[in-house]
Design a protein around this ligand. Structure first.
Ligand SMILES: [Zn+2]
Length: 194
């Protein structure tokens, strides 16, 4: 029998593998924060990812979908891992189209009317997810739900589909650089993804 996924244990594991960092970080929004999720450090360890993908597959299974779509790059491994729990499923990924959106390349296609779930590693504003949802819809498909390992959206989501997330983290502080206490303390600013 599958074990139940415990969000507190999950967060602890993220800290252990270096996927949930404390420090002084430059966010893509230009703001600064003292916390950062780097989920590539979780997907680095297939064994560690397994309970997450198993739990997410279980939580998404009521949607009865067998096609999983991930936004490149961060969504590819989690989407693949979720799909691996569903017999006869397929997994495709969408990539940047060079015009600010996402598109399917590599011969990937969605059947007209096909229902999919979109799986992402961490959702903040959900802008990548929104672009993938748009790509699915323009291909004639439907998005039944969005799955994420970590939800740190705090109500900023840019898509309308239901979100199924394993861990939700609220109240992560972030500041304008001019108002950042870590800058004032002279703590070195880092960009964890580069
Ligand atoms: Zn700062």
């Amino acid at each position: 029998m599958a074990s139940l996924f415990d969000p507190a244990e999950g967060l602890g594991l993220l800290r252990e593998v270096g996927a949930y960092l404390r420090g002084h970080f430059l966010l893509t929004t230009g703001r600064h924060s003292d916390q950062f999720f780097l989920l590539a450090r979780l997907t680095e360890y297939p064994d560690a990812l397994e309970p997450w993908s198993e739990a997410l597959a279980r939580r998404l299974s009521p949607y009865g979908v067998r096609t999983v779509v991930g936004p490149a790059v961060g969504g590819i491994i989690p989407a693949y891992a979720v799909a691996s729990h569903w017999l006869g499923s397929r997994m495709l990924f969408a990539e940047k189209d060079g015009k600010g959106g996402m598109m399917f390349k590599r011969g990937f296609s969605i059947e007209p009317g096909e229902s999919v779930v979109v799986v992402e590693d961490a959702v903040t504003t959900g802008s990548s997810v929104a672009k993938v949802v748009a790509a699915v819809k323009s291909a004639g498909g439907k998005v039944a739900a969005v799955g994420a390992l970590v939800d740190r959206s705090e109500g900023r989501l840019r898509f309308d589909e239901p979100l199924v997330a394993l861990v939700r983290v609220d109240n992560i502080p972030h500041w304008e650089p001019s108002n950042c206490p870590l800058c004032r303390e002279g703590v070195e600013l880092t960009r964890p993804k580069s």
